[in-house]
Design a protein around this ligand. Sequence first.
Ligand SMILES: Cc1cc2nc3c(=O)[nH]c(=O)nc-3n(C[C@H](O)[C@H](O)[C@H](O)COP(=O)(O)O)c2cc1C
Length: 232
Amino acid sequence: MTDKYSRRKFLAVAGSAAAMDVMAKTVSAEQGRKTKNIKIIGVSCSPRKGKTTAAALKICLDAAGGVDKNISTELIELAGLNISVFDPGDVKATQGDFTGLIPVLSEPSVAALIVGTPVYFGSMTSLCKAFLDHCMVFRQKSFALSGKVAGIVAVGGARNGGQELAIQSVQAALLCQEMIVVGDGRPTGHFGATLFNSGNDDISSDEFGIATAKNLGRRVAEVALQIAQAKL
Ligand SMILES: Cc1cc2nc3c(=O)[nH]c(=O)nc-3n(C[C@H](O)[C@H](O)[C@H](O)COP(=O)(O)O)c2cc1C
């Protein structure tokens, strides 16, 4: 071994490398502990207040809130609000109650949105479409929803009533906002929460659907948290 690679030098280098490794691990553990307070908002796009879509979103939000104590959640129901067809020719005049939602949804502490829609003829409700079209203002405001996480919940009257089709159409609109769209996490692990109303406006017997709602809420929260920590 030449002097350059002498045992003493090797041990010194190895020792300081080990010390640096310990320091790096300590710093990254501290970074791991730092967590910003983040908010996750559920938006129910059912014209019926407090019914199955709202119930499914509550399950998602409860699961999301359970991921970390720094996560707060809020459910906004569009039912009863004045959200009419979006008119790009006269945005201000047709904005109605959507005006009040603009600062709420674009608030930087809002790390994720979970959009819930009933399935209407294999797609989202017209209220949901009107809401998503009004979200055009966020694109125009330098993509104010960009980087926020999005998950979708669809509730139908049948087990296979078009939940995935409805989810896909909502996802398409949110991708256009540069949102980070995720599905329900493992073990169900597909496109979002897919529930069905077994009659009497009840989702409580839909074990699989409830599992997808919990897994979506958890997945949305985990990804939102990772992004928030990366920004610290
Ligand atoms: C106009 C209309 C169309 C519907 N189309 C479908 C459908 O295509 N597939 C389905 O599974 N359920 C369909 N349903 C049933 C609703 O999706 C279901 O009742 C849902 O639970 C309603 O959500 P809500 O309780 O939040 O209002 C339809 C209901 C209405 C009123």
